[in-house]
Design a protein around this ligand. Sequence first.
Ligand code: DGY
Length: 321
Amino acid sequence: MKPKVLVTREVFDEVLEYLSQHFEVTSNQSDVPFDPGTLASKLSDKEGALITLSDKIDATLLSHCPKLKTVCNIAVGYNNIDLEACTKAKVMATNTPGVLDDTTGDFTWALILATARRLTEAETYLRKGQWDGWKLKQFLGMDVHHATLGIFGLGRIGQVVARRAIGFEMKIIYHDVRRAASEIEQACRTSFVNKDELLGQADIVTIHVPYSPATHHLIGKQELEKMKPTAILINASRGGVVDDSALIEALRSGTIAGAGLDVFENEPKLNQGFLELKNVALAPHIASSSRATRYNMAMLAAKNLVAALTGEKPPNLLNPF
Ligand code: DGY
């Protein structure tokens, strides 16, 4: 008898075919997220699960899933998983690092350029039929080339963003909890600064840190007030790293000039304040969403699932086993 696994959301056919070679697969191809009660009942007889960041794995859920041995996130971020609870319940948790760095870095640049050059605002104006001709002072934006880029978090994705910035001949500064190795700093042509220096010097502040209690509201009212009034803030990391209400107020009052956001607090419920603002470019958590990368993420998660249930160490195990 093959072990039973649950795939909680829609995935590519190839991923289901691969999993079906090893497991009896139940999959939610309708793609409507399960509420916690439904997830618990669907998982009650399963040994493994391919999950996404909208599936919360905590002690309560695990108490209903006596057979569960592994939960495999289709995401590099894993703040939806209580690792301590998994370890206590002897459930292996895995994520998908590495395969989405370039794609997420590319999209960060889409947000930087769209925000600095007011692309979404200009497109909305055009679509509404308001364009009545070329004007010298129309949608004056901010130059990205030669500007100062401030990167919070020089991990894999932060490094990709920095390397792309070299082409724009930018000054690149970063802050992280730990200073990066000098080879990394050199490859990224970046120098380490403290948090306040980064906020005060950068024309573009971009965030690439994981969400955790330590990074909750890393950027709030005080931090926004330390930024230049001409600066823009970019977040393609996780909702909750930025205090959305404080950001909306800062964008309204002109404390900063603009923001480009792919992630939000309480996704998918957007703080309506964002929709009233022109100086913000918004995206629905799609930074890693190129066809190739989303496929690679799902396949890597599936490989973790197969390894975990066939007695091998999953390549991307997050908790001690
Ligand atoms: C991740 O992998 O954590 C991304 O946010 C998913 O899109």
